[in-house]
Design a protein around this ligand. Structure first.
Ligand code: UN1
Length: 508
């Protein structure tokens, strides 16, 4: 309790207005200015952003291009050290970051704390991975008279485009990985959340990332498009909607010049399968957490619950009970579990879905309560007459439920597969064979067995999906940095006299 009060005081003391502007070579550029408003009421200013013009986006790429050789020449362990310092600074200044996460993104204290934790973890994890992968080149076995080595290097300019739902952790995760791999970076935060991202950029510079290696261009999709279209963008990392990932993919494919990678992490129609052997209390708790916490605004969140009909009534009743325990309201109130959705547009989209489901669903099991003013959306539980009736990602605290007969499990799995998404999946069962059958049948990135299905831990539960859910490799996993890098193989004839000796010595 004492430590909670100390934390709240730290946050309250770090509430100065935020500011964000295009930052190119460490210089703040002008741009169209607008206030950033607190999503909880859509009114209270949190700070101000100057949005990047198309010319600033071009200038950022040009500056990153110029900054790349020097940054990539810095030894990997020094790049790693800068990221580790950034992680330490994030912890030291937690009050400021927690304030911005709450005020700009509407996060509850719990969500803000776990996001800060994740951001720190990304810095440290990619630093550790980078020391291992990008340090000494790997020596490859070969015939005598020949030396072979394989080294990883940065690709050049990497464009990082991040979402508003994890405006610190995913923003920093992308940037840290790209920097660690030796790239110069141009980062575009989500238009809803530029302030916390700008604060993170200033912190990275302070931690030792040169201004010439990291540039920042706040703005909307037009700025992102401009970056992606640039012939000197050497790679793109994107988290957001499937639709925008497709657009980026098409833009990259249509460009003349080098063929560059896209690392995309997108959405899902994430399902959970609950059979008759599952433990009801645990299911209720895990479903409520997975579907409603963070206001359902995680790409990992549960959207479609499939419950064996024999136990469905009791399960649904308990889930509704657990959902009723979750208070919706001002995220600064520590008793609140569900804060606002990100903006009025999101609320209107969700309200429209709720209205449609209220007419079309087979049953409305829960229409929860939320404050009327602001951008709050109450938890809802709708029963569908068939699972396929949910055919799009609904990014809010809305759960869809369908019943299945044990004999129809294969058809249920086919239905999940037919969505084309493959991000997260939950299974609750006490039968190992059932769990195995589900896991083997579905190509889903993250499967959670007998637990909730959000909050993947960096370095422990590498995160990311397949198909419509993204390209991989998984964030917070051992293969992520590889995709940000080029590989260079050097083969040396060690038997050759004279001239090569100097080269060979250099290798050693
Ligand atoms: C996202 O919502 O974009 O597992 C990613 C989780 C988070 C990742 C969510 N670590 O819920």
């Amino acid at each position: 309790r004492a430590s909670l009060e100390a934390l709240l005081a730290e946050i309250a003391g770090a509430g100065a207005p935020g500011s964000a502007a295009p930052l190119v070579d460490g210089r703040a550029l002008g741009g169209e200015r607008r206030p950033v408003l607190n999503p909880a009421d859509g009114r209270t200013p949190v700070g101000e952003v100057a949005e990047a013009s198309p010319e600033s986006a071009d200038a950022a790429i040009a500056a990153a291009r110029a900054g790349f050789p020097a940054w990539s020449a810095i030894p990997a362990d020094r790049r790693a050290a800068a990221l580790e310092r950034a992680g330490d600074l994030l912890e030291a200044r937690r009050g400021r970051f927690l304030h911005l996460l709450q005020a700009e993104a509407g996060k509850t204290l719990d969500d803000a704390l776990s996001e800060l934790r994740e951001a720190v973890d990304f810095c440290r994890y990619y630093a550790a991975q980078g020391r291992e992968l990008m340090g000494e080149p790997e020596t490859m076995p070969g015939p005598t008279g020949e030396a072979n080595r394989l080294a990883l290097r940065g690709r050049g300019v990497f464009v990082a485009i991040s979402p508003w739902n994890f405006p610190l952790a995913i923003f920093l995760g992308q940037v840290a990985a790209a920097l660690m791999a030796g790239n110069a970076v141009v980062a575009k935060p989500a238009e809803q959340t530029p302030l916390v991202a700008a604060e993170a950029v200033r912190l990275l510079h302070e931690a030792g990332v040169p201004a010439s290696a990291l540039h920042f261009v706040p703005g909307d999709g037009r700025v992102g498009a401009r970056l992606v279209e640039n012939p000197h963008a050497g790679g793109v990392v994107f988290t957001g909607s499937t639709e925008v990932a497709r657009l980026i993919n098409r833009t990259l494919a249509a460009k003349d010049g080098p063929i560059v990678p896209l690392i995309a992490e997108t959405g899902g129609i994430n399902a959970m399968i609950v059979d008759a052997t599952a433990l009801p209390e645990q299911v209720a708790d895990d479903v409520a957490t997975s579907a409603f916490r963070s206001a359902g605004q995680r790409c990992s969140a549960l959207r479609l619950l499939l419950v064996q009909e024999d136990v469905a009534d009791r399960m649904i009743e308990m889930i509704v009970g657990a959902a009723r325990e979750l208070k919706v309201g001002d995220p600064r109130d520590v008793s609140v579990a569900i804060g606002p959705v990100i903006d009025m547009e999101a609320k209107e989209r969700l309200d429209a879905h709720v209205a449609r489901m209220s007419r079309e669903a087979k049953r409305v099991h829960l229409a929860g309560e939320a404050p009327r003013s602001g951008t709050y959306v109450a938890p809802h539980v709708f029963e569908l007459d068939r699972p396929g009736a949910l055919d799009q990602e609904v990014f809010g605290p809305i759960l869809h439920v369908a019943r299945y007969r044990a004999a129809d499990l294969d058809r249920v799995l086919e239905g999940i597969e037919a969505t084309g998404y493959g991000l997260t999946l939950g299974v609750h069962s006490r039968i190992d064979a059932t769990i195995e059958r589900v896991v083997r049948r579905l190509s889903v990135g993250n499967v959670y067995v007998n637990r909730n299905m959000i909050g993947a831990v960096v370095g422990v539960q590498p995160f990311g999906g397949h198909g419509l859910s993204g390209t991989g490799p998984k964030a917070g996993g051992p293969h992520y940095l590889l995709r940000f890098s080029t590989e260079q193989t050097v083969t040396i004839n060690t038997a050759a006299a004279g001239g090569n000796a100097a080269l060979i010595a250099m290798e050693e």
